[in-house]
Design a protein around this ligand. Structure first.
Ligand code: TRP
Length: 333
């Protein structure tokens, strides 16, 4: 630890993780594990803002944990845990609720989108979702929060809440910064390359799931939307489909857009798409194997999340105590 900067991030336990989650988030986290003090959680409490089958939710939470580890996050180097296992999150969440304005939450575009999508269940958890997210971050005094572009507004409100609290009670929280990678942050859908690849997409051909088999991956790539130019060239505006596939290929093969353009000079989309499919298959096969091994070994997963929860609580509990003291609660030592 020493003077390493602290990182916190998380992914919800709703739905199967996608290639977008891997390339946009987890792959970048792995690069950070030596340089930073990293906290990676499974945001299972956030998942409750939509209705779930309880058994499915429990299963999904373990699957996300298994993906983290299978993808290369080392449980000895990082603190990997379930959000619901660290009480400090919900304690701070309540306090921060009392320092967040309805008007601020009303401006959140994700709330508007999600309430349009779940018109039958616009619960107050969905509304205060960003406050729990602020608690997740501030309870570790995280310096940096790697997130996708879609979470930028939630980071802004976290900073506002932290600054507000600090200005009333004195220096308490570190003001966190969003850490948004250049390319990885936004992998788009294969069918609609103008919208983010989403694990809740209704058209399954739009999404590569991390547990898709090679045949499905090849099929989905064949069907991916491109354009009529038949020329592999990066142009996000005019060729969003091809540009997205190039981004995926570039991240997997560590190639620049120029290198990819050169590689496919004189070749058509058919060749290009099958190269992208094979790059995905090559990357996912070892990950899937490790993932299956972990899921068959629940004891190992339990050891990982128990250790993670303890390490997380050791860091978060004193911060909550400090906050309780500052706002005027009697701290029970
Ligand atoms: N809201 C995030 C998402 O859907 C998940 C999340 C919850 C998160 N708590 C967080 C991300 C704290 C970063 C930090 O992607």
């Amino acid at each position: 630890m020493g003077n390493k900067k602290t990182i916190l991030s998380g992914i919800q336990a709703t739905g199967n993780l996608t290639l977008g989650n891997y390339l946009g988030a987890i792959k970048n986290w792995i690069k950070m594990q030596d340089e930073y003090d990293c906290y990676y959680m499974i945001a299972d409490l956030h998942s409750l803002t939509v209705r779930n089958d309880p058994e499915v939710l429990r299963k999904r939470a373990l699957q996300v944990l298994a993906i983290y580890v299978a993808a290369g996050l080392d449980p000895d180097k990082n603190t990997i845990f379930l959000q619901s296992h660290v009480d400090a999150h919900v304690k701070l969440n309540w306090i921060l609720n009392c320092y967040t304005y309805m008007g601020e939450l009303n401006r959140m575009t994700q709330f508007k989108d999600k309430s349009a999508k779940h018109a039958d269940n616009i619960n107050s958890g969905l509304f205060t979702y960003p406050v729990l997210m602020a608690a997740d971050i501030l309870v570790y005094n995280a310096d940096l929060v790697p997130v996708g572009e879609d979470q930028r507004q939630h980071l802004e409100i976290t900073r506002d809440i932290a600054e507000r609290f600090n200005s009333i009670y004195g220096e308490t929280f570190v003001i966190p910064e969003a850490f948004i990678g250049e390319q990885g942050a936004r992998i788009m859908g294969l069918q609609d390359p103008t919208a983010k690849m989403s694990k809740s997409a209704t058209n399954l051909n739009d999404v590569i799931f991390l547990n898709d088999n090679p045949e499905d991956i090849r099929k989905k790539l064949k069907k991916a939307v491109t354009d009529s130019e038949n020329c592999v060239h990066y142009d996000k505006e005019n060729k969003p489909g091809v540009s997205n596939l190039m981004t995926i290929y570039g991240l997997l093969e560590e190639k620049t857009m120029q290198e990819i353009e050169k590689e496919f000079v004189g070749k058509g989309y058919g060749d290009f798409k099958s190269a992208v499919a094979e790059a995905i298959v090559k990357k996912l096969q070892p990950l899937q194997q490790k993932y299956c091994e972990l899921l068959e070994n629940p004891k190992e997963l339990k050891t990982i999340y128990e250790k993670g929860a303890k390490k997380a609580a050791d860091r978060a509990d004193p911060i909550v105590k400090d906050v309780y003291q500052k706002v005027g609660l009697i701290v029970n030592e």
